[in-house]
Design a protein around this ligand. Structure first.
Ligand SMILES: [Zn+2]
Length: 384
């Protein structure tokens, strides 16, 4: 195996892109990163469950415990012929004088996986007697349903009382360039499946039927009302209907029921309980007959201050003093939501997210080259 150093992040990212790890496959990515960490002295553990593989690599003992978190799976590339360069080739090409690395997973998030691996290896090689514990957790099921993934490993960590003080998630967080955005939290996500039950009948006899589609429309209008205005850390809670179904297929029949699915991305002013009360109040006011099923996908979390955030901001300021990082809680959920409930400070900090999941996904080579150095600096600030 070629010896990777902190300066070979582009090569390691390319080698990871070449492994076609469509979620929930890992396709050997963890074996490659694991070998680099094992060579540096880390102890490795693989946790496999429900077709998902997770690598936990640890070095040292006790506190503070800094855990880097990532995923090796990627979303499908879509039609390969629509890509400018083959999706699993890992091609570096210049555009407007800027070098870009193309490939599925280049930004989300094999570039960060490579950077975290090389930063950890370099840190331990330079400081074998560092304070506390440093580690990497990689899962192969972040883009899919998450089964057997970080949630299970978090339970295992809790069982062993191995609670990270700090968790840095390498997910792409930047808007345009590395350092411009640090995600300090995430909104919660709650999905509701709601069936409004009316009374089926002939459209010509409205007095003999109860139209559940009309009722669902009224209910949706109520639910779409703003729940809050947000606060300093979070935008307002948002509501979207994602699916609606009704009808027998006949032109002259009002159906018996109308089903819709909807989702709240909610801030820390709300909770699953407060949203449930809101739904029930709307149903009661409208005097509807409904079946409601709720699914909590994630609770909101916020790490608006603390040593991890200070370390990340210091590392950015030292390398890119011209940048004023935005502290953000926008975007979808990430695996950080499974670590935060352990009491861990969780931040997301990685490269530009603008092309993730798209055709021609790419990452700026200058950002990618800087990334392991920033991660290394964070480790130095927290563990020395
Ligand atoms: Zn990702």
């Amino acid at each position: 195996m070629a010896a990777y150093t902190i300066d070979s992040v582009v090569e390691l990212t390319k080698d990871l892109i070449a492994k076609q790890s469509l979620t929930p496959e890992d396709a050997g990515c963890q074996e490659l990163t694991g070998r680099i960490l094992a060579d540096a002295g880390f102890s490795l553990e693989t946790v496999s469950k429900d077709g998902t593989v997770n690598l936990l690599a640890l070095h040292g003992s006790g506190a503070p415990f800094t855990l880097f978190l990532g995923h090796t799976d990627v979303v499908p590339p879509g039609p390969a012929e629509h890509w400018t360069y083959p999706p699993f080739a890992g091609t570096v090409a210049a555009q407007d004088g800027e070098e870009l690395l193309y490939g599925r997973g280049s930004a989300d998030m094999k570039g960060s996986d490579a950077a975290m691996t090389l930063a950890l290896a370099a840190f331990v090689q330079a400081h074998p007697e560092h304070q506390g514990t440093v580690g990497l957790l990689l899962t192969s099921n972040e883009e899919g349903d998450g089964r057997g993934g970080v949630q299970d490993v978090a339970a295992l960590l809790k069982e062993r009382a191995l609670i990270p003080d700090y968790c840095l998630v390498g997910e792409p967080s930047a808007a345009q360039t590395l350092g411009d955005t640090v995600k300090i939290g995430r909104r919660g996500s709650l999905t509701a499946h709601i069936t409004v039950i009316g009374k089926q009948g002939h459209v010509a006899y409205p007095e003999r039927l109860i139209n559940p589609v009309h009722q669902a429309a009224s209910l949706i209008a109520r639910l779409a009302a703003p729940l809050d205005q947000g606060n300093d850390s979070f935008p307002p809670t948002s509501f979207e209907v994602t699916n609606i179904k009704a009808g027998t297929g006949a032109e002259n029949v009002v159906p018996e029921s109308c089903y819709f699915m909807c989702n709240w991305r909610y801030n820390n002013l709300q909770s699953p309980e407060s949203i449930e009360r809101f739904i029930n109040a709307a149903i009661a006011e409208l005097k509807l007959n409904c079946r409601v099923q709720l699914k909590v996908n994630g609770l909101p979390f916020l790490s608006a201050q603390g040593a991890l955030l200070e370390a990340v901001l210091t590392a950015i300021a030292e390398s890119r003093p011209e940048i004023k990082p935005q502290l953000s809680t926008s975007g979808g959920t990430s695996d950080g939501r499974f670590i935060a409930p352990l009491g861990t400070q969780v931040l997301e900090f990685g490269p530009c997210a603008s092309t993730i999941h798209q055709i021609d996904e790419r990452v700026q080579v200058k950002d990618l080259k800087l990334l392991p150095k920033l991660y290394l600096r964070v480790l130095e600030l927290l563990q020395l």
